[in-house]
Design a protein. Structure first.
Length: 772
């Protein structure tokens, strides 16, 4: 009987949906009153504890749907008359961010899986795995009542200090774009929408709501927009979130050139655009620019739009156009299809997936005869973060997870003998120290980590006597609203440097080894201390299964196969953008606002132009600590049999990768291209393609084929406003990282003008860009 009722209700909801789907969106729009139209282009908000009530803050409209999915970032308005449900939007890049409990459902929990953070994910370079994660993510969202995921985030890692780099993929737009597209495909295969964000050039957090990003058209096109274009072409995301910052003088959300001329007219984007939360200033300009939906929506915005239409300053047609963009996507959502979410996603299966992805994204930076090690070794587990392992960053990228596996627990679970005296002394220390940390003022403030525990030399020698190996974890966290600092964040504190030195001395003196685990969200300094360790494993912020995943790699259960999606510089100032990151205040005497939502007008000039990440280091021959694409394995690989075919629409390279070592492992083969000098200067080389092999047993090979389209070989000429290929020799380099090239082949290409674009998004004033 129950089954019959269920079947009937599914049938009814399906037929209601198809009626809606078939009826022309424009027909729906005709039935809306002006007021209803206005409420369709603004959302209904979320409560931000400590912010929404503050007098300085813009007030979010909290609509009737506030409680549909508590803790979600926002919803759309429900239009009862037309049977239009409220659509639910939830963060974020590492897991669904909703409240773990609901008042109306006491006893039930709604924890989400904390997957590895975005940088850890992109370090896998494994597109199918990323799609799997997107699918699992999408399913959790759907089963928890979410219609749109506010992810993936794919802003470029322009500088190591970017506070949200952990939410972003890479310093390279091709890697970022491909990973984002793979993720979007996974999410949307579950029938919920993905939202690519933050569009565009939102690469720092300081004063982000009043920051003017001044960037040249070529750098915008080749570096900052390129990943979004790839994600849109290949992933077809249902939504785009415009960013907080201005781009060359105009807020992204009010920027007609960005949102209409480029996104709609040039790129033919068919989804809808929403603002970032409370972004921009002028709701009417946002409507005109093509920012279809204002999130989370305020009464002031509703009033401004309504009055503008009534007074003839905003054509109702524009509202209709925006609503049409929105509704075309809403019609596909679970809420519109009347999907009854179970609230029971398969958290068990996702636990395993989160662990697998975490291991696959770990990057082995150094290994001198110690890894993998067996669980017969007695481990001295040092470092606060070995016990308080960090799953991910803070702010909207945070996840309400059911549990967190620390490294200590990971070792225990794998049957290791971990020095108990140390465990107890760390636990007592951490408890005491935590008590001294003042509570956060705003929930999204970055966490304050417990200071590193110090040991005397004598104690460390005793520890070295009693254990076989030392494992020390170094942790870092960051999040929204703040960029990281050079001191005590990018650079290690003196205490941290000292303790690494002391452990190294004590253990090496006794002929024992020392392993360092990096549990960090973004790049740190490694050059001055890396010689102290025998092995360094970069675990990133690997999600809730952190401890298990790290031990999977240390113990050799999984051979590490992650590679760096960012360069590790020697010094922070070696990164060219450090010169102007995170921008400067227009009025340096302005007092800092108390409320972090109230940013001060400032500007950040992207003087390095296209020379971001390895494009800068390689071209200007600046030494790095670890180059882009770097990552070791327990086994070794050999590349051979390179062949190349030039086709009308691109170039295909094929080669062989063989496992020549003793362990089964996977290799990430990378294709870089050196373009001819031609009419305009180019970076020394650029990543154009990559592939990860399957798990290869010792002695086994895989043939790899990578096709690179002409468009991907082109550069943007901002004088002629066109994408071009210069005539000449193109060197295709195949290797295991940007500095380790095994095979090379030259291809001659003729001159091509691939696409003429309009002159868009030009800086208001001339930028003195870095030249070779
Ligand atoms: C963040 C977005 C996020 C939104 C909703 C903003 O502060 O920048 O990434 O999706 O909040 O939580």
């Amino acid at each position: 009987m129950k089954k019959a009722i269920l079947f009937l209700s599914v049938l009814i909801s399906l037929s209601l949906y198809s009626q809606k789907n078939n009826s022309d969106v424009q027909e729906l729009i005709k039935q809306l009153s002006l007021e209803e139209k206005v409420y369709l282009v603004i959302g209904t908000g979320m409560d931000i504890p400590g912010i929404s009530q503050s007098a300085q803050a813009p007030q979010a409209t909290v609509g009737v749907t506030k409680n549909k999915v508590p803790g979600a970032a926002g919803t759309s308005y429900q239009i009862k008359k037309l049977d239009m449900p409220a659509i639910v939007f939830a963060d974020g890049p590492a897991g669904i961010r909703i409240s773990p409990t609901r008042e109306n459902l006491p006893g039930e929990t709604f924890y989400a899986t904390a997957f590895p953070t975005a940088t850890a994910l992109s370090s896998t370079w494994h597109l199918d795995l990323v799609t799997l994660m997107g699918k699992a993510f999408g399913n959790e969202g759907k089963e928890y009542g979410i219609d749109f995921l506010l992810a993936p985030a794919l802003n470029i890692h322009r500088n190591p200090l970017g506070g949200r780099n952990f939410e972003y993929y890479s310093e390279d737009p091709v890697l970022s774009g491909k990973i984002a597209a793979a993720f979007v495909k996974g999410v949307q295969s579950e029938g919920i929408g993905a939202t690519i964000k933050h569009f565009v050039a939102n690469n720092s957090e300081t004063n982000r709501m009043a920051l003017n990003t001044i960037v040249g058209e070529r750098a915008l096109r080749e570096i900052y927009l390129r990943g979004f274009k790839i994600a849109i072409d290949e992933g077809k995301p249902w939504a785009v979130m415009s960013s907080y910052n201005k781009i060359n003088g105009t807020y992204a959300s009010e920027n007609h050139q960005l949102l209409t001329n480029l996104l709609r007219d040039e790129w033919k984007y068919e989804g809808f655009v929403m603002t970032d939360w409370f972004a921009g200033k002028d709701a009417v300009s946002q409507m005109k620019a093509g920012n279809d939906l204002l999130m989370p929506g305020t009464e002031q915005q509703a009033e401004a739009i309504l009055n503008a239409v009534k007074e003839g300053r905003l054509k109702e047609d524009i509202l209709d156009r925006n609503i049409e963009n929105i509704l075309r996507q809403y019609l596909k959502t679970p809420s519109f299809k009347n999907y009854k979410s179970s609230n029971k996603p398969d958290l068990e299966a996702n636990k395993t997936l989160a662990r697998n992805i975490a291991t696959e994204g770990m990057v082995l930076l150094k290994n001198e005869g110690i890894l993998p090690f067996k669980n017969t070794l007695k481990v001295a587990l040092l470092g606060v973060t070995s016990y308080e392992t960090i799953a991910g960053g803070t702010g909207s990228g945070d996840v309400n997870k059911a549990y967190m596996v620390s490294l200590e627990e990971g070792f225990m679970n794998a049957g290791f003998d971990v020095d108990e005296l140390m465990v107890n002394s760390y636990k007592t220390y951490i408890e005491e120290e935590k008590g001294k940390i003042p509570p956060k003022k705003f929930f999204f403030e970055p966490d304050v980590l417990v200071r590193e525990k110090l040991w005397t030399e004598e104690e460390l020698y005793k520890i070295a006597d009693e254990n076989d190996v030392a494992v020390f974890t170094l942790g870092r966290t960051s999040g929204e609203f703040k960029d990281r600092t050079a001191e005590a964040d990018f650079y290690l504190t003196d205490e941290e440097k000292n303790i690494l030195k002391q452990i190294s001395e004590a253990f090496h003196n006794k002929g024992k080894k020392f392993v360092i685990i990096l549990n960090i969200g973004g790049v740190i300094e490694t050059a001055c201390w890396k010689n102290l360790a025998d092995a360094i494993l970069l675990a990133w912020q690997p999600g809730q299964e952190a401890g298990n995943a790290i031990v999977d790699v240390l113990s050799g259960k999984v051979t590490p196969s992650g590679k760096l999606p960012v360069t590790f510089p020697i010094m922070l100032n070696d990164v060219y953008s450090s010169k102007n990151f995170p921008g400067k205040l227009l009025d340096p005497s302005a007092p800092a606002p108390e409320n972090p939502l109230m940013a001060l007008p400032s500007e950040e000039i992207y003087e390095e132009g296209i020379y971001v990440g390895y494009r800068y280091f390689d071209t200007f021959k600046v030494k790095t600590s670890y180059p882009f694409g770097f990552g070791l394995s327990y086994t070794s690989f050999e590349y051979s049999d390179l062949s190349v075919k030039t086709k009308n629409d691109g170039v295909e390279v094929a080669f062989n990768v063989k496992n020549t070592g003793k362990y089964a492992g996977k290799e990430i083969a990378q294709v870089y291209v050196i373009s001819p000098k031609g009419k305009i200067e180019k970076p020394e080389k650029e990543l154009k393609g990559f592939a990860k092999t399957n798990l290869l047993n010792p002695g086994k090979s895989e043939s790899v084929k990578i096709f690179i389209k002409n468009g991907e070989l082109a550069y943007y000429n901002d004088h002629t406003t066109s994408w071009n290929i210069d005539r000449g020799d193109y060197h295709f380099l195949i290797g295991s990282n940007s500095q380790d090239i095994s095979l090379t082949v030259n291809v001659k290409l003729k001159e091509m003008i691939l696409k003429k674009t309009g002159k868009l998004l030009s800086p208001e004033r001339k930028i003195k860009e870095l030249k070779q």
